[in-house]
Structure formats: C-alpha cells, structure tokens
Design a protein around this ligand. Sequence first.
Ligand SMILES: *[C@@H]1O[C@H](CO)[C@@H](O)[C@H](O)[C@H]1NC(C)=O
Ligand SMILES: *[C@@H]1O[C@H](CO)[C@@H](O)[C@H](O)[C@H]1NC(C)=O
Ligand SMILES: *[C@@H]1O[C@H](CO)[C@@H](O)[C@H](O)[C@H]1NC(C)=O
Ligand SMILES: *[C@@H]1O[C@H](CO)[C@@H](O)[C@H](O)[C@H]1NC(C)=O
Ligand SMILES: *[C@@H]1O[C@H](CO)[C@@H](O)[C@H](O)[C@H]1NC(C)=O
Length: 941
Amino acid sequence: MATIGGAGALTVALCTSACAPGGYIYAGVEYAQECYCGKAIRNNEAGTNIEDRNMVCNGNATEYCDGPNRLNVYSARQAAPQTPDNWSPIGCYTDNVGARTLTNRQFPAGDMTTELCLAACKSAGYVYAGTEYGGECYCGNSFANGGGPAPDGNAGCNMACNGNSQEICGGPDRLTVYQYASGSATTVSIAAPTATIATSTTSAVSGPSGLPSGWSYQGCWVDNAFGRIMANGQNDNNQLTIESCISTCSDLGYSVAGLQYSVQCFCDNFLRNAATKAPESDCNMACSGNSGEKCGAGGRMSVYSNATLQVFPVPAVQKTNLTGSWTYAGCLRDDAQTRALPYQIILKNNNTANNCISQCSAFGYNAGGMEYGIECYCGDTSDVANVGATFVSESECQFACSGNITTICGGGRRLSYYTWTGTPLTQWNYASGNAAGAYQFLIGGVIIPLVTQPARNGKVTFLEKYGTGAPNTTGAYELDVAQLDNFTAAWRPMHVKTDIFCSSSLTLPDKVGRQINVGGWALDSTYGIRLYWPDGSPGVWGKNDWQEDVSTVKLQAGRWYPTSMIMANGSILVVGGEEGSNGAPTPSLEILPPAGPLVFCDWLLRTDPNNLYPFLAVLPSGGVFVAYYNEARILDEVTFETTKVLPNIPGAVNNFLAGRTYPMEGTAVLLPQSAPYTEPLQIFICGGSTPYQGIALDNCVTISPEVSDAQWTLERMPSKRVLVCMTALPDGTYLILNGGQQGFGGFGLCTEPNHNAVLYDPSKPLNNRFTVMANTTVDRLYHSEAVLMDDGRVLVSGSDPEDDRFLQEYRVEVFVPPYLMGNSTRPTVNMAESQKDWAYGQEYTFTTPDSISKVSLLGATASTHGNSMGQRTIFPAFTCNGMTCVVEAPPNAHVCPPGWFQMFALSQAGTPSMAIWVRIGGDPAGLGNWPSAPGFDAPGV
Ligand SMILES: *[C@@H]1O[C@H](CO)[C@@H](O)[C@H](O)[C@H]1NC(C)=O
Ligand SMILES: *[C@@H]1O[C@H](CO)[C@@H](O)[C@H](O)[C@H]1NC(C)=O
Ligand SMILES: *[C@@H]1O[C@H](CO)[C@@H](O)[C@H](O)[C@H]1NC(C)=O
Ligand SMILES: *[C@@H]1O[C@H](CO)[C@@H](O)[C@H](O)[C@H]1NC(C)=O
Ligand SMILES: *[C@@H]1O[C@H](CO)[C@@H](O)[C@H](O)[C@H]1NC(C)=O
C-alpha cells in the first residue's frame, strides 16, 4: 500500500535522475512509489494527461506520482499514431539475429517508420510485418525459428522509430509485429466452413515406417487457407526429420506434429481453422535432415498424430446459447488509448463469451466484450457511446477465444461486443425538487473533526486529530445546535490530553450516556481511554470535560484505527488496529472494563494493513459479525473463536482483491430490524477500492450472516465511492454521501470528490433501491463524517486531505432529507422521564396529537472513517389509541444490545418527530461504576 513516507520515499527528481544514466529518454512514476524508465512510451499507451495524476509521491507530498494503470511520464513525447487500415498490432515478438522470426527483410527507402515497413511488407505480399531496433523491417507469412510473443510482454519493444520518434520500432532482439487483416492480403475469397468437422483419418495414406509407438501419418494438409492450421512453431531446423519433429512435439506434451517447408516443425493437439487435405503429391519437399523423408512444402503440412485427429472450423462468433439476456452486437473498434469499456479482465485459458459477459452482468454492467483472444472487458453501453466507438466489419474480429478454439474473441483493438437486452440489471431513481432533499450550510467550524458524535444532551461532539487545524484550538468541541446564530456560543471548547488521531468512539449504556473514545496516535495516545459525561442542555453550556489518565486507565494494547462496539453482555469490545501510524499490526481484541488477556486474531494479522476499522455487529442469534478487508466471519461472543467463515466479499468486476475497510475505505450499516424480529439481520456494505490502482468501487453488498449458506448480494451504485459515509435515517432509509471516486484513505490519496448524495431504500425491490439525490459543492474526502441529528437532518463535516489540491474543510453542512422538505409537519411527541429507561420486552408510553405511522429506534452513533459505531435501526411494535401510544421494547440483548437510542415517531407522511433519547437494556456490565480511578467521575449503575 502506497503511503506517504513509506518504502522508497520516491520523488520525481529521484526517479528522473535514476533514469538519466541509463540513457533513457522517459521516466515515469506510478503508484506513489514505483519508478519506471524507458526509451519510448509503449505503443498502445498514451502519455498520461496531467489531469490524471492523483497520488502524491512517497518522498514529497507536493508532487504527484500516480495514476491508475498509468504513469506520470516526464517527457514531451506524444502517443503513437493509429496504424494504417487493415493492419493490427499484435504485440512484441522475440527475434534472434542468427535465426529470424520474420525471415524476409525489406529495405524501404527513408528512415524507418511503422508505415514504411507495413507498406513494404504488403507490396511484397506478406501478412506479417515487424519493425526492430529502431530501423529494421522484416516480413513473413509465418513466424519462423520459434519466434513468438515475448515472454516479458511489451517491455523489450522500447525503441523509437528512426524516422518517427513518436512510434515504436521494436527493440534489441524484439519485433513490433503487425498483422494484415485476415483475407485481405491474398485473393482467397471462398467462405470458410463453420460447422465442426471432427475428422478421423484412418491412415488411408502411406507414411514412413518406424515411427514412435502410437504415432501415425495423417496426410498432407493445406496450411493457411483460412488461417494457420497449427500453432506452436518450433525453431527452424536444418537437421529436421519426421522423427525429430514428433519427438520434439511429444516431449512438449502435444499429440499432433506437422512438418513444412523442409525445415519447419509445428506442434499442436488438433488442426485449426478448417484445415483441408491436399493431394499427397503436394507434400514434396525433402526433410532437411533426411532426404528420404518428406517434410511438407510451401503452404503444405505433413501431419502426424498419436490420437484421433480433430479438425476445428474457423472460429465463429457465438450468438446463441448466451448466458442471461445477453445479445451479440457486433465487432467494435476499441482504441487502446480510450477504452470502449473501462474494466479489463485477462482470461488466459478460459476466455469465452459466456465466461466474460456473465462476470459483467454479475457486477451490474450491461456491456461486455472480448478482445485479442484472452481479454475480457466490462462496462456500460453508455461508456461505449461516450468514447464514440464504432462498429467495423465482422472480418476484423477473428481471434479464437482462449477458452474455446471454435469461437471468436475479438481481434487486435477489436471487441466482440455484447449487450444486455433483458430486464435492466440496475434501475436507479433520479429525484428532483423536494424529493431530492437538499444540502444546506449549517455553521463554520473551529476544527476539522476526526470523529463526530451526537450526545444525549442534544449537542454534537467534535474531536480533532492533534495539529490538523488552527494552532490555538483545544482539539475537542461540543456544537450546540440551539445557538447556531452565535458562533462563539455554538462551539464550547473542551479538552483531551492525548492525540485522538484515528481512535474510535461509542456512547456507553450507562445511565448518563457517557461518550468514550479509545486509541489514538503514537505511544501513550494509542492506549488512550477518554470519557465525557454530557451535561448542559440546548442553549446552556455544560461544565463536564473529557477525562483521561493513561497512567491509570488504558488499553492493554496500543491501537491506531481500532473499532469498538457494545456487546450483548454490555461490555465494550475493541478490535484491531496498528501500533501507530503505519506501524506494526495489533492483531488482537480486548474487552473493557478490562477482562481477560488480549485475544489474538490470526485473520487480522493475515490481512494487515487492509483491515483497519473493521465493521462489527452483534447478531440476534448470538455471536459477533466482523467484516475486514474483503473477508467476513462470525466470532463466538465468549471465546472469540471463529464459528463461521463467510464467503469473501465480492469487490470489483476485475479485481477480487478489492477491499472494504481502511485504507480501501468503504462504509457499512445494519439494515432495519422490525418486530417481531423473525427476519435474519442484514449487513450492508458500500464502496471501497482496489489495491494499488485505487479505483473506487461502484457497488454495495448485502449478507444475512446467520443463514446457512449465506451469500453476498451485489447491487450497482449510481457512482463510485471510496472514503464514503452512510447514515441511517429514522424512516429506515440510508443516506450515502462523501468520499471520492479514486484513491484510498490516508492524506493526499483520494481524488475526484463525489458530491452526490444517494438514498438507499431497502424496502424497494433489489436493484431498484438507489435514488440519486441533491449535490453538495463541498469536497469531503479523508476524515469526513455524517451523523443523524435529533431533528432528523444529517450533519456533514470534515475533510482533511492535507494536500494542495483540496481544501482543509471546516464548513459544517446538513443534508435535509425529503421528509423534512416543503410543508412537512413534524409530529409532536411527549414522553415522561419515567418512560425513557427500557427493559427488554416491556411496554412504554408516549403521547402525541398526531397520527403516527412508524416508531423507529436509531442507535446512538459516532462517525469516523466510514464507520457509524453503535448504528442499529429498529422498528419496534407499537399501538396508538387516541393520543396515547404504547411501544414494546425489543425482546433481548442480541436483537438490541444495551445502549442509548434516538426514538422517532413518524407522521403518516413520514416526517419524524424530534428524537427522544431512550436507554434500552440497562447497564448489565456495570459500566457506570467504571473506571474507579482518580480524575474520573463514574455515574454509578
Ligand atoms: C517537493 O516538490 C516540490 C514541487 O516539485 C519542490 O518545490 C520541493 O522542493 C520538493 N521538496 C523536496 C524536499 O524535495
Ligand atoms: C500422445 O502423445 C502425448 C504427448 O506425448 C501424450 O500426452 C498423449 O497421452 C498421447 N496420446 C495417446 C492417445 O497416447
Ligand atoms: C451451451 O452452453 C453450455 C454452458 O454454458 C454448454 O455446456 C453447452 O454445451 C452449450 N450448448 C451449445 C449447443 O453450444
Ligand atoms: C478462468 O481461469 C482462472 C485461472 O485458472 C480462474 O481463476 C477463473 O475462475 C476462471 N474463470 C472462469 C469464468 O471460469
Ligand atoms: C465451444 O463453442 C462451441 C460453439 O458455441 C460449442 O458448441 C462447444 O460446446 C464449446 N466447447 C466447449 C469446450 O465449451
């Protein structure tokens, strides 16, 4: 994972100076810590647009060293021009001065360019052309001497053409090879057969005797009428005999050997491209190593096999028997510099139409296609429209699929293009007017918060990473939303003693609803336990402050980036983290008040550093759910042994290693639980990103961890998000907001801010649950938060990118959900103090003059890094009679762990009342008596 100051400490200057002595003319920096040098930019990759750069260098946070799948290239050179029509680049091939891969050298007049060489080969009647060493041109109708695609890919084709420095002309012992479109170079125009012919030739022809056991002669065949009939050519051999070729092929594991032109030996397991037999007399050239044997002729192959010889037809486009509702759309031009479809998957051995497009639709994409035989691409039809890709002749898609020799998977820069033509895979809703909600400015800030947390006193706690903002702040404030028109009165300064940078917070189930914050950055701070007993009331400042003393009350292990949760038994569970900034992992969990030793978690050690701020949940059937990186499991709530390993979380369509927790930071919530609580609990996780490239994920996944054979269900989001927040709303919907579309958690690592709020409504049908809502104008990247206020609005804060591209963001906004827009009328609810401390399964009363449609209980939350610690949405049973409503508390501590909840009553129109804070389940772990130490005030149980 690239991090500032991590291994390498790369800067642009370091990279360019490292490249200079090697005579390289290009230097490129990528992924913040990789430096590449070259003598040319590869043929199919454009110089990166300066706008694309998006990751700071490890060694200098004011420089950029990254682009997803691209380099920041420090040179003035531009991309190679298009190749002439009908020629397609097919890659970088090996060559050898003593044994040429393309055997016919041409010497066109003038300094070498790609165009000169292709024209020379074409006029000499060849279908392959290759440029080498900047100035050489070779042609052929086949690849000789064992030459083929270079094992190191395009790396060796790194020399500019002598006649055009913007093109590549191979390299040392490397050819940049082009192929003339099939059929265009010759006058052959007969249609190739397309039906499968499985031919078995039972040796009606006579061949030499004394062959290796099991091998027999299969006749003389025409090569290259509709394409090469055998692959895997061997080095030309001046000592070639039938026996030596069979022996070579047999040793390589092939069951077919073919000899051609006296010196050439090919190996394969069948004949390809509708091979047809030739008269025996055509194979009339003597073998170079035995004048008594025949080794084919020009365009004729003497074939031997030890098995039943199969002949496959010229591959055809698969148009039937397609998976799902996919339909073949045509052969599509695909410019490598602007891909028609954004997501690439390489399927070296199993690319087929169905393998490719089934993957696309599984991730919600309605367009897919294959290219170059082994490449699969996914995206949307709108991507194709946006780049303006056009259809070309079907004859330009002619590569056999790596997974099925009889079907076509595109061509060079040509996609066999398929579209989903059934019921749309995803339907997003687009709201306008009041239905879209609105962002509004709430108040300017005094700090950039790392944690925000609504308190029982109606105020909101803001905690700041030490040193983030102005130098004279106290680092902890309480926002009094009753005094927004008086800036000084609105922000009550408070005090913490150690650095809360990347700590976690909760509201305790003690009788006063204390707030706790644990962990932090560096040394003592990482052990920090800080407590605040909220006092005061709207409009009136309290007197209590944060209390901490790391010499008496501390964690057992130092933790930076832990998650905390109240368990069913009322204790606090603290999980994971690292020892400090980019430090060693803390692969353990512990209980507060302290009970027992640290519990080691192998799964945290194994997935460090991609599991920070894991997502936790108490399960109704018992046990603790945990999601971390791209994995999830259930732990026993007493021993913390794993009781169930859940399937890995699907990530990106082209990257199963994409993650959901910091630094590939997504967000998670529990979907609503409703009386009578018989439906299994669902966990809902959105966004994240891919390792190294940092391409933000555009999907959410849901699982019911308790059901047998639990599986993840994936839904496409309307946009990509990393560093995303999600806030549960009183009506059972969820607001998804903040974050960027590219990058990771960490300072300066995220770009392309996503300004759009999205509403998720789990009561709607799957794949129709997202609504695109209002936009903000404020970038909210790393260290941004979103919490539900008592009035049903969402308080949106933060952004601490610490780079020179995005603001350090002090402004506090609110998102006003549609239920408060227009002429909405808030129900009035009165609840006696005696009715606010709930025991499981008991009934509690409130009065209201309004007609109530729903009552909801929203767990008190603290927001940091995409986590809403404490979040839970419960719709309890209730009845209203006249003005009196009776609510039934949830049945037990597994359905509803002990804690404080914001209770809302909703009108028939769905507008929530002001929240009433109720406590459910008491304080079974006696947190109210903890800690018993000087400097701490414990409220008692
Ligand atoms: C970091 O890069 C900036 C911009 O290129 C440059 O001005 C500055 O001197 C560099 N700092 C260091 C320490 O190299
Ligand atoms: C043919 O030869 C190949 C290579 O030696 C071997 O793997 C295969 O099993 C043989 N097939 C038969 C039918 O003997
Ligand atoms: C149809 O596809 C299935 C698997 O997707 C394959 O097993 C079957 O052979 C195919 N049938 C035809 C006629 O291509
Ligand atoms: C294709 O093969 C790869 C590597 O063997 C494998 O991981 C992948 O699951 C296969 N994909 C499909 C769709 O069969
Ligand atoms: C290859 O594709 C053809 C044509 O669709 C189909 O009939 C055949 O079953 C496929 N072969 C395999 C091994 O899937």
